[in-house]
Write a protein that binds this ligand. Structure first.
Ligand code: TXA
Ligand code: MG
Length: 309
């Protein structure tokens, strides 16, 4: 098996490295290498105008990628990094159009996962400045939460020098919270484990809705979708799959795909449950969405996108 430092060397030489984070698996490339980044789009089958998140080894690297960092963004970075939060900031010249999709902003994140952090630090010690990484799935599909998911979906598209790293399972299971930090107050573009309540508690600012919100591919209506049809909050029929909190009973003939006992377990097991439906050849999944704010809101966001058609 390839070591993390060998994977960092591969990254530095322009190869792609899929790696686990605390949210989902990412498909990484040297964020300053145009050709390597172009291959991410090829492997994912993703439209080239969709911007990528640049993953950093430490908060010090913020200044080289972001040109203007409001006080509240500094506060968020110091409070929640490493962690499941991405900050969108005005870019420096280092952030090329090929990473930002031509936007004047760049998305930055320090993940909280031992394998990801070791990879990023090892890459930095080789002179690397940042690792551009979207979720390691084909465009529009469910994000991977295991190396097996990555392999089954991307292996046919990867090259000889590309690497899939093993590591402990993502503990959060859904993608990072994306926060636009270009305005006077933070604005949440994609909900996640770091909630609006947490953002306002630590910044003293109420998150706003940004009328000029930049483009977020995860904000397109159909996304995170399995091959199966996903219906929300309906009565499952015999042969359907069911994802719901454990307290919800399974009707006769229905295949239980997920029975999480908490919201955090709902989030961390959701994508594996959706993939499982496809593996079992189930054509319709019914999901009973959790109620409330915070993480429940993020889970509903992903389920609504999975159900859109
Ligand atoms: O948890 C995560 O964020 C994972 C792990 C691998 O870090 N990454 C991830 O990447 O979910 P991706 O590419 O699947 O989703 C990143 C989202 C996209 O919806 C993209 O549009 C948005 O971030 N994004 C990137 N740069 C942006 C920018 N400058 N302004 C607004 N949105 C941006
Ligand atoms: Mg994605």
């Amino acid at each position: 098996m390839i070591s993390i430092s060998e994977a960092a060397t591969a990254l530095k030489s322009g190869a792609l490295v899929a790696f686990p984070t605390e949210t989902v698996y990412g498909l990484g490339a040297d964020a300053t290498n145009r050709a390597a980044v172009a291959r991410i789009y090829e492997v994912k089958g993703r439209p080239s105008k969709h911007p990528l998140i640049v993953h950093l080894a430490s908060v010090d690297a913020l200044q080289i990628w972001a040109s203007r960092i409001p006080e509240y963004a500094h506060q968020l970075a110091l409070t929640f990094w490493p962690g499941p939060m991405t900050l969108v900031l005005p870019r420096t010249d280092l952030a090329g159009d090929f990473v930002t999709g031509g936007q004047e902003t760049v998305a930055l994140r320090i993940p909280d996962h031992p394998t990801a952090l070791e990879l990023l630090q090892s890459f930095q010690s080789l002179g690397g400045l940042g690792v551009a990484a979207p979720s390691a799935n084909r465009f529009g599909r469910v994000s991977p939460t295991s190396s097996a998911h990555v392999r089954s979906e991307l292996a046919p598209h990867l090259g000889q020098n590309d690497v899939i790293l093993e590591g402990s399972a993502p503990r959060v299971g859904i993608e990072s919270t994306i926060i636009d930090c270009t305005g006077r107050a933070p604005s949440i573009l994609r909900p996640g484990f770091i909630t609006e309540e947490m953002v306002s508690e630590f910044t003293g600012l109420a998150p706003t809705k940004n009328p000029h919100a930049p483009r977020v591919s995860g904000s397109m209506k159909s996304h995170y979708a399995p091959a199966a049809t996903v219906d929300l909050n309906q009565v499952p029929l015999a042969g359907d799959g069911l994802i719901a909190l454990a307290e919800v009973e399974t009707p006769a003939g229905v295949i239980r795909l997920g029975a999480p006992k908490s919201l955090s377990e709902y989030a961390s097991s959701l994508y594996a449950a959706l993939r499982n439906a496809d593996e079992l050849g189930i054509s319709r999944v019914v999901a009973i969405t959790p109620e409330g704010s915070g993480l429940a809101l993020a889970i509903r966001d992903r389920l609504e996108k999975a159900s859109y058609r």
